[in-house]
Structures are given as structure tokens and as C-alpha cells.
Ligand binder design. Sequence first.
Ligand SMILES: [Fe+2]
Ligand SMILES: [Fe+2]
Length: 178
Amino acid sequence: MNMSLSLPYRLRQVRAYSATSQDIAPTLCADAQHRLTEPMAHQFRILPKGDQRHLVAVYQRLLNETDDDDTITAGLIHDVGKACAKCRITLMDRGFHVILSRIAKGPYRAFATRETAPGWCRGLHRLANHAERGALAAEQAGYNDRVIYLIRCHERGGDPSDTQLALLRRIDDEVWRS
Ligand SMILES: [Fe+2]
Ligand SMILES: [Fe+2]
């Protein structure tokens, strides 16, 4: 995520997410289905529908921007760490995630690395550590090291000269904005 974007802008994105987040799952084309291993297809389908639609939109944009298969696959599943069968990510969680990741970076990262969180903030905890959880889910679901790396670093970290990682981040932001 491009942290140079303003906080009000980010909060407007959250509001836009809620406005478009009706219960409509996206249709996956044959190519997208082919990129989901069986365990990953399960993870994908337990994501909130709005997140599923975001991932499909990022995937479709990447198809037009790169021939790099790993980046396209990572685009399709980069937020899969938000999938949670036992917790619900609320709109308030999404708003707090935006605010805390900007104004309390260090403590918020420490919160993200906690193994568990109390029930009342489980949704926020899931958002805080979704990149790492997504990377672990991809590892368990049989994806290669490059896809796992792109997922792990899609919001921060990684090699600054990695053009494919930069592309994934740019498209992720642009889809949020659209
Ligand atoms: Fe993300
Ligand atoms: Fe995303």
C-alpha cells in the first residue's frame, strides 16, 4: 500500500468499500480458477465478497500490465490473509486499520506480530497481519517462493528495486481508488 496517500483519502476508500460491498461474489474465469490450488480456492471463497472482487480486479489489471505469471497470481491472492472463518472484519476494523497503520506504526506492527488477539479485536488483528498470514496460506497451499514473497511484501518491505513488486503495489492502490 502506498503510504504516501493521505489519511482522509484512505478513509474515503474504506467508505467506498462499504458502499460497493454488497454480497455479490465475482465470477472467476478459467485462467483465474487455474491459478487457485484447491486449498487456496477455499481460502478465497471465505473472503468477504468485497475483498474477492478487489482481488479479481487487481488480477484483471495485472493481466494487461505484465506477462509475469507470479505477479499475476500474487495479484489474484495477495489479500487472501484477510480470510477468517472464525472472525468478522467490520467496517470499523477497516477504518481503524487505516488510522493505526499511519499514526501508530511501531505499536501497530507489534500488535500485528502477536500470535493471537482477544475476541473484540480479532478482525483488526487479521487486517494488521493479513500480508504475513496470506504468505503463510500461500506457502501451505503450494505456491512458489516468489509468489509467497510478493504477497508477504505487498504492503511494505521487500526489495525497493523489485519492479514487479512495485507494479503489484501500484495496481493494488489504483484498484482501491477506482
Ligand atoms: Fe493488502
Ligand atoms: Fe489489495
